[in-house]
Design a protein around this ligand. Structure first.
Ligand code: ZN
Length: 499
């Protein structure tokens, strides 16, 4: 195993460079003074190039071949075999994209992000348009370089949801949408749920402390993680022993910080739960964005917006905020945090309509990639889809096509993973409930250790050893399925809305 050992040393160095890059990115979003932006862009670009050069280096290629021969006799599911297999996949992809395209994309997306921020503030899509055209053109070149069987979209989707095809997403989304639209319509015909109790003044310090107490109960390890503030919540990790989350606190809207914290802690516990044996390899991370999102949504929605959860926590929350919530009963509070309402902004959407926002973006991306929709026509196409799916037309492009940062980063093929995560979260939760017995009772008692341990055993510890499909197959005996989520949604919201 001499070559394998040498390969691991080299992978350790690459992981170190990538971790340093992640630390600088985290700092940029949390503590860096505004003046540091230009210097930070250089630092990040240099580390990015260095990591890419180290992975595509010929010596890694030679070591990979030799290590593959060394591990050939081992269990195909052993760490060693999977480290060789997944690293090979990553390296093959990295080698296929020319260095000139990597740097062209880095430059174009850096400019596009700045243009997007300004265009959004000034509600000026025309100023963003040439940047998005350039990013799209380069992203399509990247898809060609990476290669694909059916559609260039597959090559892009593969960056976030390995081995999944656009046609598979289309099939799942078509079924989901056909069932979702009547549910949204039925909800719209019922009286709206009152969420005024969430819009009172809640001290930011008390909100912060409450959220951290809940995730400590969930099993987020503050010895190996911390939470800070940022404009947009995110999670990142530098090692399984150092995982960071951020949140934002809105004084007069309770759900922002609380559910943001639960969501990001779900991502973070996945990273904290990866087997230490995979440390300092490319496998010490979540296996796909869909599986990652399944973890955040599971803790945020299936646990955090459930009745048993509030049986346990509502008295504590009332204790923290007696003036604001003392006269609101638990059932009313539970209804408030589950209010469904078609809206224009994806990140503020409820559990149900959120998926329609995702589908709209996916459909538009497919057309942009196929060349059947021009960037110039994107705002009109966006607005038409919102009217059709949600019955709303954005009054401005800032509330419409300019709301998300993703496309300015070149993140095309990313959006579907949000809904895939919602679907998978229910598949996993159902299996956990079957294996653990009285999961609802455990949640109602504030006992999260069994659920956390189940996820650790079946999902977290494997890191990237198994693909999303392999994980689902191992856990549920089947593949991705929208039906469990639909059953959950019909059951929960049917009861809440009296449908
Ligand atoms: Zn997330």
């Amino acid at each position: 195993m001499e070559k394998f050992t040498r390969l691991r040393e080299r992978l350790g160095h690459i992981a170190d460079v990538q971790a340093a890059q992640a630390v600088l990115s985290w700092d940029q979003e949390t503590y860096m003074p505004a003046g540091g932006g230009e210097a930070r862009a250089h630092q990040l670009a240099t580390l990015g190039r260095l990591g890419h050069e180290m992975l595509t280096d010929d010596e890694i290629g030679t070591l990979l071949e030799a290590a593959a021969a060394e591990v050939a006799g081992l269990d195909p599911d052993s760490d060693e075999t999977r480290i060789v297999q997944v690293t090979r996949r990553d390296r093959d992809k990295a080698v296929r994209v020319p260095a000139s395209l990597v740097s062209d994309l880095a430059r174009a997306t850096a400019l596009a992000q700045q243009a997007w921020a300004q265009a959004r503030t000034q509600n000026d899509f025309a100023s963003f348009r040439p940047h998005l055209e350039r990013v799209l053109e380069l992203t399509l070149q990247k898809a060609e370089a990476l290669g694909y069987e059916e559609s260039p979209y597959d090559a892009l989707l593969d960056e976030y949801e390995p081995d999944m095809k656009a046609s598979e997403v289309t099939a799942v989304f078509t079924h989901l949408r056909a069932e979702l639209v009547p549910l949204v319509e039925a909800i719209a015909e019922r009286p709206a749920l009152d969420d005024a109790c969430l819009r009172r003044d809640f001290s930011t310090a008390a909100q912060w402390a409450f959220g951290e107490a809940v995730i400590a109960d969930f099993g987020f390890d503050f010895e190996r993680g911390r939470q800070d503030r940022s404009a947009h919540p995110f999670s990142t990790n530098f090692a399984t022993t150092d995982v960071r989350i951020t949140t934002r606190v809105v004084e007069n809207f309770l759900p922002s910080a609380l559910f943001g914290t639960l969501h990001e802690a779900g991502h973070a516990m996945y990273e904290q739960g990866v087997d230490r044996g995979l440390d300092r390899t490319g496998l010490a991370a979540g296996t796909s964005l869909g599986i990652h999102e399944s973890q955040s949504r599971l803790w945020e929605n299936l646990v955090g917006r459930s009745e048993p959860f509030w049986e346990h926590y509502y008295p504590k929350l009332q204790g923290e905020f007696p003036d604001q919530l003392g006269a609101i009963d638990r059932a009313a509070f539970h209804r408030a945090v589950n209010r469904v309402e078609p809206s224009l902004i994806r990140v503020e959407a409820d559990e149900i309509t959120y998926n329609l926002h995702v589908m709209i973006r996916f459909e538009l991306e497919l057309e942009l990639v196929a060349g059947t929709l021009a960037v110039a026509d994107l705002p009109a196409a966006w607005n038409a889809k919102y009217e059709e799916a949600l019955g709303l037309t954005p009054p401005t492009d800032a509330d419409g096509v300019l709301q998300d940062i993703h496309w300015s980063f070149g993140l095309i093929g990313y959006f579907p993973t949000y809904t895939l995560g919602n679907l998978v979260s229910v598949q996993l939760f159902n299996q956990a409930a079957q294996d653990l017995g009285d999961l609802e009772g455990q949640i109602g008692n504030g006992e999260f250790a069994p659920l956390r341990a189940w996820l650790q055993e079946h999902v977290h510890r494997h890191g990237r050893k198994f693909s999303a499909q392999e994980l689902l197959q191992r856990i549920t005996g089947g593949g991705l399925d929208a039906e469990p989520w639909l059953d959950y949604a019909r059951g929960k919201f049917g009861a809440l809305y009296g449908i």
